[in-house]
Write a protein that binds this ligand. Structure first.
Ligand SMILES: *Cc1c(COP(=O)(O)O)cnc(C)c1O
Length: 393
């Protein structure tokens, strides 16, 4: 429909729109579990793969397909499969790819449930798993000196926002014969393009920035067409990790405003980080967009902005963190992130409660650490609220 090559904002609104004869402005929702055939012959031909027809929404649905095409276009990936949740995307990507006897190498600082899959689930099925500190190149080299099936990493990491060198790790992964899978949730599809640095599989929780308005759960796996069709798709179709067409439609609406929202959130996050970095009572602060971030140069090469998350440590440990959080009036206490509303959480007692004190210490998650997901409020109002937190310290 569009002849010239339009920009990303235009494509997120107009590319590949599949309108019904009613000519609706917004995509229709095909909220149906199944599909009917004109004839028994057509049903038989569909099952043989000789006729193009939808069969059942666990296998495919026009609304979820529209979301898959839009996400693949945004990522610059050959193919995409959407799943019921972000964890559905991570678990399906790993479980469809590995078999007993394989090795999986992962960065240590992972989202809690991703860590659980690598640490607890995969070993139950005979997969050997190894964790490496994200910035430890000797560790990556050592772990990948033997063949591996997959490498899973998250950058920036949750919650301390370490930035990992995707290109360097991709190189080691490929030499070991592994696919590099990158959980790109914290950066969002606009903030970082792991495919350009050699990653093979990109994972999203669409629950975060892609919906970004606190409404639905969803996930996505992106990668090469052959891997998606031959390895991942048989797994997701037969194990039932399907996204509801309704949720797919909500996420399609989210994509229309994603570039605007993530750009505004990153601007707000940068301002908030600058304010907090100089504030009394803040012991340390991490924001990938600041020059004092431990991997600032890498972040500048690998990311197009600093993202919407800020991590900082307040004085007086857990007591200080609780006082800070409880004094906030605008910023809500919530473990979600990437939302239009700013949300703050205390990782040591929530998202990272189960990883244990020793592992938290290793990851730099002290009792005073607060993770802030910066939303779309007016910057001055956010800063006024953070002043309340600081005053309570
Ligand atoms: C939220 C999140 C997930 C899991 O996504 P769900 O949609 O909650 O299942 C995975 N990785 C990261 C980095 C996340 O933030």
């Amino acid at each position: 429909m569009i002849e010239e090559s339009p920009g990303l904002n235009t494509r997120l609104l107009h590319a590949d729109i599949d309108r019904t004869p009613y000519g609706e402005t917004s995509e229709a929702i095909f909220l149906t579990s199944g599909f009917v055939y004109d004839s028994a012959e057509q049903a038989a031909a569909t099952f043989l793969g000789e006729a193009q027809h939808y069969q059942y929404s666990r296998f495919g649905n026009p609304t979820t397909d529209a979301l898959q095409r839009r996400l693949a276009m945004l990522e610059g990936a050959e193919a995409c499969i959407v799943t019921a949740t972000g964890m559905g995307a991570v678990s399906s990507a790993l479980l469809s790819h590995v078999k007993a006897g394989d090795r999986v190498v992962a960065s240590r600082a992972l989202f809690g449930s991703c860590h659980w899959i690598v640490a607890n689930l995969l070993p139950r099925y005979g997969v050997e798993t190894i964790f490496v500190d994200g910035g430890d190149f000797d560790g990556w080299t050592e772990a990948l000196s033997k063949p591996a099936a997959a490498v899973l990493l998250e950058s920036p990491s949750n919650p301390m926002l370490d930035v990992l060198d995707i290109a360097r790790i991709a190189d080691l992964a490929h030499k070991a014969g592994a696919l590099l899978m990158v959980d790109n949730v914290f950066a969002s599809p606009l903030g970082q393009k792991p495919l350009a640095f050699g990653a093979d599989v990109i994972l999203y929780s669409c629950t975060k920035h892609i919906d970004g308005q606190g409404r639905v759960l969803g996930g996505a796996v992106l990668g090469r067409k052959q891997w998606i069709e031959e390895t991942l798709q048989p797994f997701t179709r037969n194990t039932g990790n399907a996204l509801s067409p309704f949720n797919a439609w909500v996420l399609l609406k989210g994509l229309e405003t994603l570039p605007l929202r993530v750009a505004a959130m990153a601007r707000n996050a940068a301002a908030v980080a600058d304010f907090l970095a100089d504030a009394p009572g803040i012991l340390r602060l991490r924001y990938p967009g600041r020059a004092d971030h431990p991997q600032a140069d890498l972040a500048a090469r690998q990311m197009s902005d600093g993202g919407s998350l800020v991590a900082f440590e307040v004085d007086r440990g857990k007591e200080g963190a609780f006082r800070f959080l409880d004094a906030l009036k605008l910023i809500a206490i919530s473990n979600n992130l990437g939302d239009a509303r700013s949300l703050a959480t205390h990782p040591a007692t929530t998202t990272h409660m189960r990883v244990g004190a020793e592992e938290r210490a290793r990851l730099g998650i002290t009792d005073g650490v607060i993770r802030l997901s910066v939303g779309l409020e007016d910057t001055a109002d956010l800063i006024a609220d953070l002043r309340r937190g600081l005053a309570a310290l």
